[in-house]
Design a protein around this ligand. Structure first.
Ligand SMILES: *Cc1c(COP(=O)(O)O)cnc(C)c1O
Length: 406
């Protein structure tokens, strides 16, 4: 029986034709470091560069199932050079953050969504399943152990990187029936130290991130390395990130930007606002931030909350709808195109000032310059950014999104 046929049944066991142990928090072994590291000044933090004192780790093999999970000092791991993860990219990861709430407790933001996505990504790579509630409980334990690493400052957090890698040590091109699951923590500051700056995106026709039937809707490592060369080429031309396009009958469809989801803001004749993001058609990563932006726009419009700076009488209508470069040109010409912004756990919300479109790589890109809003973020970008940060940091309670680590 191949490992992908195991099923997590949530009682500490994986069931296939026989039963083997699932990930089990009651078996957790905690070994604390003998030497705590000094915590860097929050102002000096570079995203993802500093790791905390401890990590969580567990291994899977098809006979013994998941090992007893361990929290132990952060450090190198040893792997066979033939391991599946090095040869065939059987790697998947998550990105989430912990914050200090007003009550001094550590909090996570909608973590069950990250757990469910990690389980889907692992399944897509035929890596072994795991109990998602168990992993969440273990992550909470790890965050509490390293709580002193959560910077208690507006816009700061502890970035959490759960990772699963295939460790089958054989070169046959097939699924990995061995795996390692680990979680590492990195304190992080605001994406833009000097306040939000508009970013420039390059939409180059030759760059395709994801396609129908591919793995674009999963957070699997193999999706990212092929984007690094286009990203470097875009940077050489003065752009911050790639705006990923996908060509089909509709034209040049806008999909995502870098590793972030995209939103466009349009004014309407009735004074309301349209907020549009591409639909989850299999080429879009289902971002937790994306889902949160859609939900709070809907809540504003139904009167359940008020977005800061947007009058409660002005509705923000969210749509999951395809749009193309030609649509953007038309909305711009009509004067309706107000804002373009990108969202994700690391950045939360960043606004876009300029989009270059390059359909012929031998010619320079043609730029579309968005309204400048007097050098600030546009009102919708600013409102959703502030609302999400307030919910993440526990200043605003909303729908159980901010979850305590206890
Ligand atoms: C992680 C990621 C996002 C953002 O997802 P969040 O859950 O909001 O962090 C968007 N696009 C891609 C390609 C990603 O990898």
């Amino acid at each position: 029986m191949s490992n992908s046929e195991w099923k997590s049944v949530g009682n500490g066991h994986l069931e296939g034709s026989i039963s083997i142990p699932d990930l089990d928090p009651s078996k957790l072994i905690v070994t604390l470091t003998a030497r705590l590291k000094p915590i860097p000044q929050p102002e000096s933090l570079v995203f993802g560069a500093t790791m905390s004192d401890h990590m969580l780790i567990a291994s899977f093999d098809p006979i013994n199932g998941w090992s007893a999970p361990e929290i132990k000092p952060y450090g190198p791991i040893t792997l066979d050079p033939a391991s599946s993860c090095f040869q065939y990219a059987t790697n998947t990861f998550e990105g989430m953050k912990a914050y200090i709430g007003p009550d001094g407790s550590a909090r996570l933001f909608r973590p069950e969504k990250n757990m469910a996505r990690l389980a889907r990504s692992a399944e897509r790579l035929a890596l072994p399943p795991f109990n998602t509630d168990a992993l969440l409980e273990l992550i909470k334990r790890l965050v509490v152990v390293d709580q002193r690493w959560i910077p208690n400052l507006e816009g700061h957090s502890l970035y959490i990187r759960p990772t699963i890698i295939g460790t089958r040590s054989a070169l046959g091109v097939s699924a990995s029936d061995h795996a390692l699951l680990y979680v590492i923590l990195s304190p992080s500051g605001p994406y833009f130290r000097t306040g939000p700056k508009p970013i420039a995106l390059l939409a180059a026709a030759e760059n395709v991130r994801a396609w129908p039937g591919g793995t674009g809707s999963h957070k699997v490592a193999g999706n990212y390395a092929p984007g690094f060369l286009p990203q470097r080429n875009a940077a050489k031309q003065g752009y911050d990130q790639i705006l990923w396009l996908l060509r089909d009958k509709a034209g040049w469809k806008v999909t995502e930007a870098g590793a972030m989801n995209v939103f466009i803001v349009l004014s309407r004749e009735d004074g309301d606002i349209d907020l549009i993001t591409p639909p989850l058609d299999g080429t879009i990563l289902p971002g937790v931030t994306r889902d949160s932006v859609l939900a709070i726009a809907k809540a504003h419009t139904s009167g359940n909350l008020t977005l800061p700076g947007i009058p409660s009488t002005q509705s923000v209508h969210p749509y999951e709808q395809t749009f193309t470069i030609a649509d953007m040109d038309q909305w711009f010409a009509e004067g309706r195109l107000q804002e373009l912004f990108v969202v994700g756990t690391a950045v939360v919300v960043a606004h876009v000032g300029r989009v270059g479109f390059q359909d012929d790589m031998k010619k320079p890109a043609r730029d579309l310059v968005l309204p400048s809003h007097e050098g600030r973020m546009g009102p919708v970008s600013r409102a959703v950014r502030q609302m999400i940060i307030d919910i993440q940091q526990g200043k605003v309670e909303w729908d159980g999104w901010s979850v305590r680590c206890e």
